[in-house]
Design a binder for this molecule. Structure first.
Ligand code: MLT
Length: 278
């Protein structure tokens, strides 16, 4: 049977968080943060394999999946506070943090604010840049369109950009699952998160301050955060490693879980990350 998780609920920072916490309690911890507008189940292929070697925590970002929205305006800063409150509640003092796309924006902002709480960073299909004026204006148009036409149309318009062209022939089930995740996200969360993403700050100028080991992963055919975005972070983060995942677009962990999981395992078990656990 495929992994579904227990979908536990905990209240932190004034909202209910749906999360899964798998693997041995005394193993190195990896906390995974999903992309927009998805939820923690996008990490199922990682949990299924990695829970044998690591404590693996996945959770739904505020408003997404089974997590509540709370009353505050969405922002990357609020999502960072939610993450730290969740770590406190789960008694995770330090963790390896892995974020994909929006999850990577949250991870980069979290390490900037709380550098002592992270052993290592895995940045997947993400960017350290703020939205350009054009990207901001596209987000506003997307908000208007979601309000008028709902989540289904948003899913249809965005699916093409999430996967590599070859995945449309080989990954029909996975694509249907991702479509379902988008469609089930409320219009309120779609709009509030689009706004939060459009006003996020850049983290480029802080990359040189990152002192923990960093692995950068990116799908070879990512159209949303192309490989050039990863090269830029790789150049700026001293000692970072970078790996381009074949047969993958923006959702490289879903499109090529074999290579993705292999890279994560090698990295977290490497001497440089182990040394940070002491
Ligand atoms: C994501 O996958 O999280 C989004 O594509 C991020 C974004 O739209 O900037």
């Amino acid at each position: 049977m495929r992994y579904t998780g227990k979908n536990l609920i905990i209240t932190v920072n004034n909202h209910a968080v749906s999360y899964n916490d798998e693997g041995p309690d005394d193993a190195p911890v990896i906390v995974f943060i999903h992309g927009f507008p998805l939820n923690k189940s996008m990490w199922n292929a990682q949990v299924e394999e990695l829970e044998y070697s690591f404590r693996v925590v996945t959770y739904d970002v505020r408003g997404h999946g089974g997590s509540g929205t709370g009353d505050e305006d969405f922002s990357i800063e609020l999502f960072v506070k939610d993450l730290l409150c969740l770590m406190d509640a789960l008694k995770i003092n330090k963790t390896v943090l892995c974020g994909l796309s929006m999850g990577g924006y949250i991870a980069l902002s979290a390490i900037e604010k709380y550098p002592k709480r992270f052993n290592a960073l895995i940045l997947c299909n993400t960017s350290c840049k703020a939205d350009t004026l054009e990207a901001k204006s596209n987000r506003i148009k997307a908000i208007e369109s979601v309000k008028e036409n709902g989540a289904e149309k948003f899913a249809e318009e965005n699916l093409n950009n999430l996967f590599a062209p070859e995945s449309f022939a080989t990954m029909k089930i996975e694509i249907a699952v991702v479509r379902e995740m988008i469609v089930k996200t409320s219009v309120q969360t779609l709009c509030n998160t689009l706004l939060a993403l459009s006003i996020r700050s850049e983290t480029f100028s802080k990359l040189q301050d990152i002192k923990v080991p960093v692995l950068i992963l990116v799908g070879k055919k990512d159209k949303i955060t192309p490989t050039s975005f990863s090269h830029l972070m790789h150049e700026k983060i001293k000692g970072s490693s970078m790996y381009i995942i074949d047969h993958a677009g923006h959702l490289s962990n879903i499109e090529n879980p074999y290579e993705f999981n292999e890279q994560i395992t090698k990295f977290v078990e490497s001497g440089k990350v182990k040394a940070m656990n002491i």
